[in-house]
Design a protein around this ligand. Structure first.
Ligand SMILES: Cc1cc2nc3c(=O)[nH]c(=O)nc-3n(C[C@H](O)[C@H](O)[C@H](O)COP(=O)(O)OP(=O)(O)OC[C@H]3O[C@@H](n4cnc5c(N)ncnc54)[C@H](O)[C@@H]3O)c2cc1C
Ligand SMILES: NC(=O)c1ccc[n+]([C@@H]2O[C@H](COP(=O)([O-])OP(=O)(O)OC[C@H]3O[C@@H](n4cnc5c(N)ncnc54)[C@H](OP(=O)(O)O)[C@@H]3O)[C@@H](O)[C@H]2O)c1
Length: 395
């Protein structure tokens, strides 16, 4: 009989810290993973959780409350004509300043519909008001309008609106919600730490550079060695390594979808899992975007990563994606699945995960000699529901 190893079960929450009462973690490492010439900006962050009692299992995510950029908040304050030092209450009713409330508590980098109505009510009867009322009356146009604008764009455009007080403005804003990041480390490999792999959201609309609240905060505004990042652990219900370490695993994680698989690999190595590990990773270009490339190649050399299939989409004239690599390796992939392997996919839900799902069905059809219906049933029911060895963490 083959030796089996058992990976750790999720632990009951031993910590006093949670989404409602986040721990103030300290950033202790910040490295850029993508090269200078890459259009992507993907970074590695290490947070120190020492003293929190927080623990996690590979597959879990870290919930993080980000902060807006000070420039964005100062621009909004300037447009409103309010003093940032004015005392206000935060959404929990705790006293703070207007500046701090805009930095940490309310969403300023994305607009909401409620604010548009509030602005219209505060515009004099004129062309600006008519234009805004027309926009509000057309739901699709309104969605499209607010989708690409922050409050600086909007307050500049409707600059005749006047809020009577900071409280009247805050009342229209949406409270900040935390962002989740797959934890890219095993806590046993890195006691007291959580590693994150974050791609920074940056884009340009209406002539201004914009950035994501949490990813922009980590990249541009977080300080090293200061305990000030509110975090908590978001346990995964099902995205877990097999309990039986002799099972093979196939991991499909292009882009930052790689993050939980770095944790999986660390854990499998520590557990002495005897099952084989197969990773499909994809990014734009090998020279600049091979995230954790040195680590992955070292695992491969050491025989800890048994198969590594890479899909660098822009290194040739036509796109090559992870699902193309899966289809190239269809026979081998099918034999791993037939042998009881677990299949994991993490990353983009909109396109990649759907295409990977279709590729699995195609492999079941061609390699398993199944009809299209039987192949879909094998993937959707047998693998996913009955045997629970096709697990997804897609967003
Ligand atoms: C379970 C889970 C795990 C995750 N793990 C990771 C991870 O490991 N690494 C990682 O990087 N992310 C991960 N994410 C995504 C992460 O939670 C955030 O959604 C992401 O970092 C963006 O958050 P943000 O605050 O930086 O951006 P936000 O402030 O939320 O802004 C993002 C929004 O900006 C808008 N936007 C973006 N680009 C444009 C554009 N070109 N034009 C107009 N509008 C645009 C879009 O509306 C987009 O929704 C995960 C998500 C989930 C649910
Ligand atoms: N909510 C948010 O604002 C937010 C922010 C950040 C990330 N995310 C999520 O995180 C995901 C990962 O982002 P990322 O920047 O690390 O990587 P990504 O955009 O998923 O790109 C990684 C690789 O996947 C390729 N790819 C594109 N379409 C694909 C498809 N249909 N099938 C397979 N591969 C495909 C890309 O190729 P090409 O680029 O050459 O086409 C690239 O080589 C995002 O797609 C998004 O879902 C969300």
């Amino acid at each position: 009989m083959e030796a089996t190893t058992v990976s750790l079960e999720p632990k009951p929450a031993a910590s006093a810290y949670s989404r409602k009462n986040p721990f103030l973690a300290e950033l202790v490492r910040h490295d850029r993973l993508t090269g200078q010439d890459s259009p992507k900006d993907t970074r590695h962050f290490v947070l120190n959780l020492t003293g929190s009692g927080l623990t996690y299992t590979p597959g879990d995510a870290l919930g993080v409350f980000g902060r807006h950029s000070p420039e964005l908040v100062e621009d909004v304050l300037g447009l409103l004509g309010f003093n940032g030092g004015t005392e206000v209450n935060d959404p929990k009713g705790q006293p703070t300043t207007l500046r701090q409330a805009l930095l940490r508590e309310y969403t300023v980098n994305r607009a909401n519909r409620k604010m548009m109505t509030a602005l219209a009510e505060r515009l004099p009867q004129n062309e600006q008001r008519n234009r805004l009322l027309e926009l509000i009356a057309n739901s699709d146009a309104l969605n499209e309008y607010i989708d690409s604008r922050d409050y600086v764009d909007i307050l500049r455009e409707f600059n005749e609106a006047r809020f009577e007080s900071p409280v009247a403005f805050l009342a229209q804003l949406s409270p900040v919600v935390p962002r989740l990041y797959s934890i890219a480390s095993s806590i046993q490999a890195h006691p007291g730490e959580a590693h994150l792999c974050i791609t920074v959201v940056r884009y340009q609309t209406h002539g201004r550079a914009k950035k994501g609240l949490a990813s922009g905060f980590f990249a541009d505004h977080s300080d090293l060695f200061v305990k000030n990042i509110p975090v908590y652990i978001q346990e995964s219900r099902s995205f877990r390594l097999p309990k039986d370490g002799s099972r093979d695993i196939i991991m499909c994680g292009p882009g930052v979808g790689l993050a939980p698989f770095r944790a999986f690999l660390e854990q499998r190595v520590l557990d002495g899992a005897t099952g084989r590990n197969w990773l499909f990773f994809g990014e734009q270009r090998q020279a600049t975007d091979f995230l954790y490339g040195d680590e992955l190649l070292a695992y491969q050399r050491q025989g800890k990563l048994h198969r590594l299939d890479l899909a660098f989409s822009r290194d040739q004239a036509h796109k090559i994606y992870v699902q193309h690599r899966m289809l190239e390796q269809a026979g081998e992939l099918w034999s791993w699945l037939q042998n009881g392997a677990y299949f994991y996919v993490c990353g983009d839900a909109r396109h990649m995960a759907k295409d990977v799902h279709q590729a699995l069905i195609e492999i079941a059809q061609k390699q398993g000699g199944l009809s299209p219906e039987a192949a879909a049933d094998y993937v959707n029911v047998t693998l996913m529901k009955t045997e629970k060895r096709y697990l997804r963490d897609v967003y």
